[in-house]
Design a protein around this ligand. Structure first.
Ligand SMILES: Cc1cc2nc3c(=O)[nH]c(=O)nc-3n(C[C@H](O)[C@H](O)[C@H](O)COP(=O)(O)OP(=O)(O)OC[C@H]3O[C@@H](n4cnc5c(N)ncnc54)[C@H](O)[C@@H]3O)c2cc1C
Ligand code: HEM
Length: 515
């Protein structure tokens, strides 16, 4: 067995680096997010008093040790010395930008983390001089016009056009991307503003206009050959002939790397909240009236709230309303509903609050995020999924798509599902029913803490033996897809076992549910 644990750091935080390059530490006791919030309540942590300073790049550069670390993010300079041991990504990661402008690195890894509110008490002042022009430019893409953002587009800007029918205004975007799908278009139709975000691979193209006449927020998106996309938005007055689409607004025709764009949030309303196991709930959320967003398969959203003046976000994966009748809610496909399966962690900062929400309550939910490439599922000849606990949520839409959309396919679909006890198994009855309805679908449960003697299934923690049993041989299939989802330690083990069994990177997709 391959041991991928690094030696413990001098602060006693355990750190691993996965095959996917993601790093995570187990924070030492007393350094949780809640502890950081408590520390912040005691007062200023900047080390320079409450008067804010102007800092040059040269002054910043000398504060580059673990005993004294400053960092600039989006033009602001923070004293990170008190935060070091609270950083979920570990001390070594923070040190990569010690004494420097860390904006690019920060956004590359977690642009949804609200640095301004989390480090409010560590604020020293503003970065002045050369570096300031770089940092805020990237973050503020949403508030600048394409021409004034100063950022080079990541490729040729997609061409767009429009036409009208009696009923609709139709915006046409030529993405030239064969794998384009309707989920990759997010639309907001406000009274005086339409924003269309077209996600093309890792980039986003914006149409941002003040429409000539009023529109309804009834939107339909169709995708044609060569990645041509048509976005139908219903006219308010169907007798009206439009002579122009509207006036360009700030973001119109801007084209940027999605990672460089501010993570935006909208208010979604809880419609239902149903217990599915002793600690996990299925929650249904309704989009605000102006928004159409369909979450792609295997993608997640962020939910944020304010805890003691600090803005905290957590990720949750969109699931289907059911495994048996996955398309029973048309609101999901029309971009008006999202279902999330949320486990309550006792002592957790966010999950106890989310699961306590009642129908009618509202939450701030972000644009979706993720990197699962659906083409891999379309091309596979054998799907194996290793999931642990709520890691199952990432597999739900993969299972549904494989069984119900790729319904002419015959490839085997195998779920290996790790839990503590039988009562923790999510959607157990539905999984059993699926195995009866679809002979090509199988599920194997592995329990680590089941005391019930009548349990005949597998027991224990994930091992090489489990993985070897399910990795298909090259004779069985030329193109396996092996998906993994759990916490980092689980993911790391399963990924290393899969590779020791001969699978290559192109056969593996890891969803990380560690936050
Ligand atoms: C991409 C992604 C997708 C996710 N999808 C889902 C989902 O669909 N459903 C869901 O319920 N959660 C999901 N999560 C986990 C979720 O984002 C939070 O981590 C979780 O709700 C705990 O947050 P908290 O603020 O309540 O707990 P925290 O305050 O962060 O932690 C409290 C305690 O719980 C422990 N803990 C935190 N997270 C986990 C975990 N995942 N497993 C075991 N122990 C944990 C911590 O070690 C700590 O002791 C996802 C995470 C990521 C990164
Ligand atoms: C610029 C240097 C930084 C680097 C290289 C870095 C790196 C990382 C890494 C690798 C992770 C783990 C992500 C994973 O699970 O895969 C992480 C998590 C995290 N970091 Fe940083 N980080 C940096 C700066 C900061 C700063 C300044 C803050 C302060 C607000 C911060 C807050 C967080 C938080 C809150 C998480 C957990 C995110 C989550 O909930 O998923 N990081 N970081």
């Amino acid at each position: 067995m391959m041991n991928r644990l690094r030696p413990a750091s001098n602060h006693g935080a355990r750190q691993t680096e996965s095959f996917t390059g993601r790093k995570k530490v187990t924070l030492t006791p007393g350094h949780s997010l809640m502890d950081w919030i408590r520390l912040g309540r005691r007062g200023d942590l900047s080390g320079v008093g409450s008067g804010k300073l102007n800092i040059t790049a040269g002054q910043l550069a000398v504060h580059n040790t673990q005993k004294d670390i400053w960092m600039a993010i989006r033009g602001k300079v923070y004293n990170l010395t008190p935060y070091l041991e609270y950083h979920p990504g570990g001390i070594d990661e923070l040190m990569r930008a010690a004494g420097k402008d860390g904006t690019d690195l920060f956004d590359e890894i977690h642009n949804w983390v609200n640095v301004e509110s989390m480090l409010d008490k560590c604020l020293i002042g503003s970065l002045i001089g050369d570096a300031t022009s770089k940092a805020p430019g990237i973050r503020n893409v949403r508030s600048k016009s394409a021409s004034s953002s100063g950022l080079k587009p990541p490729g040729p800007i997609p061409v767009h056009d429009w036409y009208q029918t009696t009923k609709d205004i139709v915006v046409v975007v030529y993405t030239k991307w064969d794998n384009m799908r309707h989920e990759m278009v997010i639309v907001d139709v406000h009274e005086n503003e339409i924003i269309i975000e077209v996600l093309i691979k890792e980039n986003t193209f914006f149409i941002h206009l003040k429409p000539t006449h009023k529109l309804q927020s009834i939107v339909n998106v169709k995708v044609f050959a060569a990645g041509k996309v048509e976005i139908y938005i219903q006219k308010d007055d169907q007798s009206c002939q439009w002579s122009s689409l509207g006036k360009s607004l700030k973001l119109h025709e801007s084209y940027q790397r999605t990672k460089n764009i501010d993570c935006i949030y909208r208010m979604w309303m809880v419609l239902s909240n149903v217990m599915i196991t002793h600690d996990t709930r299925l929650m249904r959320f309704k989009a605000p009236p102006e928004c159409r967003m369909v979450v792609p398969i295997g993608y997640h959203v962020h939910i944020k709230t304010d805890i003691s003046g600090m803005e905290i976000a957590r990720s949750y994966t969109a699931v289907a309303p059911s495994l048996i009748k996955p398309h029973l809610d048309p609101g999901v496909l029309s971009g008006k509903m999202i279902y999330l399966m949320i486990k309550q962690y006792k002592g957790g900062v966010i999950s106890p609050w989310v699961v306590s929400l009642k129908p009618g309550d509202k939450v701030q939910m972000s644009n979706y995020d993720g990197n699962f490439d659906l083409q891999r599922l379309n091309k596979t000849s054998h799907l194996v999924m290793f999931a642990s606990g709520t890691g199952f949520t990432s597999m739900v839409t993969l299972i549904v798509y494989s069984l119900f959309t790729l319904n002419m396919s015959t490839f085997p679909i195998k779920l290996v599902f790790f839990n503590k006890t039988q009562k923790d198994i999510l959607w157990h009855d539905q999984l059993e029913e699926l195995t009866k309805s679809f002979p090509r679908f199988s599920v194997t449960y592995v329990l680590s803490q089941e005391t019930e003697q009548t349990w005949n299934g597998l027991r224990g923690r994930v091992s090489m033996e489990h993985v070897t049993k399910f990795v298909p041989t090259p004779q069985e299939t030329p193109n396996p897809l092996f998906c993994i989802c759990g916490q980092w330690a689980y993911n790391d083990s399963v990924e290393s076992f899969a590779k020791l069994n001969g699978l290559q990177d192109e056969h593996i997709h890891v969803f990380s549910q560690t936050s």
